[in-house]
Write a protein that binds this ligand. Structure first.
Ligand code: IPD
Ligand code: CA
Ligand code: CA
Length: 266
């Protein structure tokens, strides 16, 4: 891997360390204590254990950096110039059901811009990572988005709606419209891996409403460095951590944008 910043080294090391207990927990899924956080949203003791290892590792190196992490919330709120954005397990529902499609996702943001990030699926042993200006990698190999030119030939991925969503009908009608105009659509249950899969050409594009920033922070830089294009629609300035994303191989971006309900897109 040719990524050199101290931050990406720290992130990948933290992922490797946390993944050891995560792999053990995955093997003992039935023994895990599962708490209900809200409809359709579970948090397991594995989430918390993984998050603690990640935060301890990152804080050892930079006790002053800000952190936004799914379970722990915001730490060192006043430092908005250097922030780790963490999702300890993205794809918790898969994890809890013994489906090996989940990942640790960590992005590093400097002065409001994501500079590097990693998404690690410990079961598949796939580490996607990137750093601004230095490309994106899957383990030791450089990755690039697909070369698909036409939306009608494209394989897309999406997620949602969440059980608690108030806009399920809108999400379903967008899904119908898009799936009628593409080769096929998949739903794999981990936003972080969905974007990583676009970055390495497995999928040609990804869209989803009602995400949180930690679901996709690392994915943003990985996809951009792999030659893809990411943008957001219907942003709510009062809720900066909520995101509606459109992420593609670049070629099909405008066509996919056109398929989403035009009046809903900025
Ligand atoms: C979820 C996953 C899922 C997406 C949900 C997210 P979690 O994250 O990324 O693919 O559809 O919107 O909340 O809860 O597993 O960390
Ligand atoms: Ca998530
Ligand atoms: Ca999570």
């Amino acid at each position: 891997m040719r990524l050199e910043s101290p931050q990406i080294n720290l992130i990948t090391r933290a992922c490797m360390k946390a993944s050891r207990s995560l792999i053990r927990d995955f093997g003992e899924i039935e023994n895990l204590q599962v708490l209900e956080k809200g409809p359709g949203d579970f948090v397991s003791s594995a989430d918390k254990r993984t998050e603690k290892i990640l935060i301890d590792e990152l804080q050892k190196a930079h006790p002053d950096y800000g952190i936004i992490s799914e379970e722990a919330g915001i730490i060192n709120k006043s430092n908005i110039n250097n922030r780790w954005i963490i999702d300890p397990i993205d794809g918790t529902m898969n994890f809890l059901n013994g489906v090996p499609q989940f990942a640790i996702s960590i992005g590093y943001e400097e002065d409001g811009e994501i500079k590097c990030g990693a998404i690690f699926n410990p079961i598949m042993n796939e580490m996607f990572c990137a750093e601004k200006g230095n490309g994106a990698y899957l383990n030791n190999s450089r990755i690039r988005v697909s070369n698909k030119k036409k939306i009608k030939d494209s394989l897309l991925v999406t997620g949602g709606p969440k059980g608690v969503s108030k806009i399920k009908d809108k999400i379903y009608s967008e899904y119908i419209n898009i799936s009628n105009n593409v080769s096929n659509v998949r739903k794999f249950g981990s936003a972080a891996l969905d974007i990583a899969y676009v970055a390495c050409g497995r999928f040609d594009g990804y869209w989803q409403r009602e995400l949180n920033y930690w679901d996709i922070a690392a994915g943003i830089i990985i996809l951009k460095e792999a030659g893809g294009f990411v943008d957001f629609f219907e942003e709510d300035t009062n809720l900066p951590l909520k995101k509606n994303i459109l992420a593609t191989n670049s070629n099909i971006h405008e066509e996919l944008r056109g398929l989403l309900n035009k009046k809903n897109i900025e």
